[in-house]
Design a protein around this ligand. Sequence first.
Ligand SMILES: NC(=O)CC[C@H](N)C(=O)O
Length: 367
Amino acid sequence: MLFKRQLVLEDGTIFVGDGFGSDRSISGEVVFNTSMTGYQEIITDPSYCGQIVTLTYPLIGNYGVNRDDFETVAPFINGLIVREMSEYPSNFRSDENLDNFLRAHDIPGLSGIDTRKLTRIIRNYGTMKGYITNSDQPLDSILQKLKQTPLRNDQVKQTSTVKPYIVPGRGLRIVLVDFGMKHGILRELTKRNSHVTVVPYNYGAENILRLKPDGIMLTNGPGDPKDVPEAIEMIKEVIGTIPIFGICLGHQLLALACGAETEKLKFGHRGGNHPVKDLENGKTYLTSQNHGYAVVKQSLANTGLQLTQVALNDQTVEGIRHLTYPAFSVQYHPESSPGPEDTNYLFDDFLTMIKNYQKRSEEIIYA
Ligand SMILES: NC(=O)CC[C@H](N)C(=O)O
């Protein structure tokens, strides 16, 4: 069932379209993703917590929502904006249409607007706050309310697991610090037989070391990495003792723990075809991305961190490695889900790094 609804941007621009999903009013940071497929994975990626996601691909919902493509059980996005929403999906895996799915999770949607125009506004002026509403309140009062509503800074608390849990395996024991984990990361580790203990964002170094892990994986997650000081402290304490692999927010936290800086990008990187150059082997990979913050390149000097990968679109930092300790991280998503699987091999690299580190430690002990 469609109904009239509008999006009001912080700068006063109004888009009027059709509503779907929940009919409640909501504000959030408006961002855009350029992926052509994978809307179910994008909607359920917890890194979008609190954001209103615009999909630039014009036809969304055409293959429905299925039981297999979730990246978390319940979505954390605040709203969804599309050009055209398909009410009648057609796919053998489809269980329900997107409209029903979003309504069930109380998430408002807006369709029938010029998403290309909206994206150009965000690209020109940068990411901004927006308000999706059915009401015809005067623009002034909406803008005032938008200005007065600050963006939240506790998203990781909302998306992280509350208690630790185990996904058993017979391989290496990995502690997965969950900042708002995409299931793809867990999938890649269990596919490689890892025994995974998923812990909350604030589990602390002492608790983690008590688990005697072979390696620590820092997941993706929403918001500003500086809003998670507990994790930065934890990383400072474990780095050099246990091998570390960080993805996206995990990458930013590793950089901050080593003394580098992060900054907010104008409109971020969100899409399924971002080219990244690996400076170590000279190859370029297509990557899946979703981030609004980035590590400041110049801040890597004197941190013990080496720049390993750069984004070819804007030369920002995409990968780092510690020169002394077994620790590396990437800004993009090697677990894809959705997107290209070019960089899946990084999970193998992580497990190899752990084994090499263990071999070296044994050699030192028995020398
Ligand atoms: N996907 C992520 O982990 C995103 C990291 C961080 N929240 C950012 O926007 O930059």
